[in-house]
Ligand binder design. Structure first.
Ligand SMILES: [Mg+2]
Length: 250
């Protein structure tokens, strides 16, 4: 049986908002030559191109940016799901950002991508240190969980998931990464899938796809990874048929 390897990008193949590690990218390219590889990211293509080497982008079989609301193969769109978010939800989010007790505002707090609205109290212009500070604050304070609960109450037709270190992704209900499972299982019937993601906890943006893949078949595997080193180690142990393809983890 053939195997499809599916990866989240940020935090799974790269450090948060960082470029892919050079040694890892060499290793990952060999994985791409041996398996059908798909990328699933909350980011759009512009951000993905910043994070991943062009060669990796070319070697993968398919890319699902914008939480799976777009799908590209061979550089061409297979689909793109547009959605226009109502003013009420945008105003609600602007108010939430403004009234947060968190002090730092780096700018770019609300961003629309295909089918997704991304909101961040600290702002997407935050540097690595500011991102980590907010991430630590949120871990203690649970601000993003509170926002997700408030959205569920006020806008039941929408769903929200924690995305990356600093933000929350909002989509119409059902428009999450789990769409990817439907697409892959109909395109490649009978093939098993292994999925890697760093946000697999409840409310995490990899969770809906992780659940869909796990429930889809006993053959499928879902890996909740700590970071890209963890992904590297698992790939080395489980999916590296030839030792020469597998430089050791740095
Ligand atoms: Mg991630």
């Amino acid at each position: 049986m053939e195997l499809l390897l599916v990866f989240d990008v940020d935090g799974t193949l790269t450090g948060p908002r960082r470029r892919m590690h050079e040694d890892f990218s060499r290793f990952f390219k060999s994985i791409c030559r041996n398996y059908q590889v798909f990328l699933v990211s909350g980011s759009d293509m512009v951000k993905l191109e910043e994070q991943l080497p062009a060669e990796v982008m070319k070697l993968v079989t398919g890319i699902f940016p914008c939480s799976g609301n777009e799908f590209l193969m061979d550089g061409r769109h297979v689909f793109r799901m547009e959605h226009y978010f109502p003013t009420e939800i945008i105003t609600f989010l602007e108010d939430f950002v403004e009234s947060s007790p968190y002090q730092v505002r780096a700018g770019n707090h609300l961003e629309t991508r295909t089918g997704t609205l991304n909101v961040s109290v600290v702002g997407r212009n935050a540097g690595p240190k500011q991102r980590l500070d907010y991430y630590n604050y949120d871990n203690k304070d649970g601000e993003r969980e509170r926002l997700i609960d408030a959205l569920a109450q006020k806008f039941p037709d929408y769903e929200a998931n924690i995305g990356g270190q600093i933000s929350v992704d909002i989509t119409p209900r059902g428009w999450n990464k789990s769409r990817v499972y439907g697409e892959l299982s109909s395109r490649y019937p009978g093939q098993s899938i292994a999925f890697f993601g760093d946000n697999m906890h409840i409310g995490g943006n990899d969770r809906p796809l992780g659940d869909a893949i796990r429930n889809g078949s006993d053959e499928n595997q879902v890996f909740a990874v700590e970071d890209h080193y963890d992904t590297w180690r698992i790939l080395q142990h489980q999916y590296c048929p030839q030792a020469r393809l597998c430089p050791q983890v740095a």
